[in-house]
Every structure is written in C-alpha cells, then in structure tokens.
Design a protein around this ligand. Structure first.
Ligand SMILES: [Zn+2]
Length: 72
C-alpha cells in the first residue's frame, strides 16, 4: 500500500519541524539514501525498517513509504 504521495508535505521528514521554518535537509536525505523519520503530513514518528535494497517508513495514519517510491 502506498501513501498519498501526491499531497503537499507539511513537515520536514527528518526533523519533524514545519517546512516553513526552512530547516536544512541533509544531502544523503535529498538523494533518497536516508529513510525519513517523521511523517511529512502529520509529523508523527514513523516506523522505519532498513533492508539491503532500500527502506520502508510507516506512519500509523498515512501508511507506508518506501525508497522505491522516491526513485526518479
Ligand atoms: Zn502521517
């Protein structure tokens, strides 16, 4: 199951802070190498699992994200 990836994110997935605050994002995170730790839509902490071929991160409200969904 995939998340509402087409929604506008509101929070920084790595710090849990509102994007409006303009907190810096790590380079590895931008490349999709680092799993997000907070849901971009509600800032809940997500359950992160790292596997050899990527990662999945799950919000109890918004569902699951995975590294494959971030590949461009
Ligand atoms: Zn969420």
């Amino acid at each position: 199951m995939t998340v509402v990836a087409d929604k506008e994110p509101v929070y920084n997935e790595f710090t849990g802070k509102p994007l409006a605050e303009g907190a810096p994002v790590f380079a590895a995170a931008l490349l999709g190498l680092e799993p997000p730790r907070y849901c971009a839509y509600c800032a809940r902490r997500m359950i992160v699992q790292v596997s050899p071929d990527g990662w999945t991160a799950r919000c109890s409200r918004h569902g699951e994200l995975d590294s494959k969904s971030r590949e461009r």
